[in-house]
Ligand binder design. Structure first.
Ligand code: R5P
Length: 283
């Protein structure tokens, strides 16, 4: 049975349809003091919990679902993490700080036999889990919604770290060049400074690709740093967190369309991570 958390309804529903497995209807209650309580239906041999770690409540829901499905009869628990929040805290950047991704991974590992981690920000965080953990890379899905008639496309990443992502989307699209900006982020203020990429983008279609769009600051700064006027500007991202009015920020930056997967369910989630997750679950 596929058991989705409240924040993973879209991808969980799609996954159940592809695998032709029953979709659990999960009841989630909140008590007056803020505590959560989930309730799942009776389980078969294998339960697939689909839940992210994007916020404290979502993490608590994930841990409760893992425990509830065992209580409800599951012999094997697989945990699919569509969006691994806290993955950007993969080291202690200042003394006294935690390795938050490791703390999350340890907690999640206690309630599951296997983990599928969808396009994590840092692939190395897989090693923090203490059970069998595989990465499911869904970046190539982002080529699907792109217009078929792109003009001389350039797939651009806002920093060198995301260049492989831009290459993956370009390869899946089947045409175009790749390039990267240089990004510097002030850890104290969060302010982002972007240096222009080297490729000429004048009159070409530009696809800015990143794994996460949170505030939209990185993307809009990158677009503002362009020397020339591209024909059209598209944004493609795996995990559309879209906080703090990010979508309007991108629209004001001149973005023509935004495409994302459903690892986080947003209005821009036009392609699904479910086919790749389903393939991994069939293995
Ligand atoms: C960080 O390295 C990530 O890949 C994204 O670039 C970052 O999380 C985007 O955040 P924001 O949209 O707030 O600039």
């Amino acid at each position: 049975m596929i058991v989705p958390s409240t924040s993973a309804q879209a991808v969980g529903t799609e996954l159940a349809a592809i695998l032709e497995e029953p979709l659990a209807s999960v009841d989630v209650r909140r008590f007056a003091d803020g505590e959560l309580l989930v309730e799942v239906p009776p389980q078969g041999d294998r339960a697939v919990v689909v839940a992210g770690t994007g916020s404290s409540d979502v993490l608590v829901e994930l841990l409760q679902l893992q425990d509830a499905v065992r209580e409800a009869g599951a012999e094997e628990v697989v945990t699919v993490i569509p969006y691994m929040g806290y993955a950007r805290q993969d080291q202690a950047f200042e003394s006294g700080q935690p390795v938050s991704a490791r703390a999350m991974a340890k907690a999640i590992s206690t309630g599951t036999d296997r983990v599928l981690l969808v396009s994590p920000h840092e692939p190395s965080i897989r090693d923090f889990f203490t059970v069998d953990t595989e990465i499911v890379d869904v970046a190539s899905q982002l080529a699907d919604p792109l217009p078929a008639d792109l003009t001389d496309p350039v797939f651009l990443s806002p920093d060198r770290g995301a260049i492989e992502l831009a290459e993956t989307v370009r390869d899946a699209y089947g045409d175009g060049r790749t390039d990267a900006f240089e990004k510097h982020r002030d850890r104290e203020t969060g302010a982002v400074e972007i240096e222009p990429a080297t490729l000429d983008v004048a009159d070409r279609d530009l696809i800015v690709v990143d794994d996460i769009v949170a505030t939209g600051g990185t993307m809009s700064e990158a677009i503002a740093a362009l020397g020339e006027e591209p024909a059209r500007v598209f944004v493609a991202t795996v995990h559309p967190l879209f906080v703090d009015g990010a979508l309007s920020k991108l629209q004001n930056a001149g973005v023509d369309a935004v495409y994302a997967t459903d690892t986080i369910d947003r209005s821009v989630s036009v392609t699904s991570a479910a086919p790749a997750i389903a393939a991994a679950l069939r293995d």
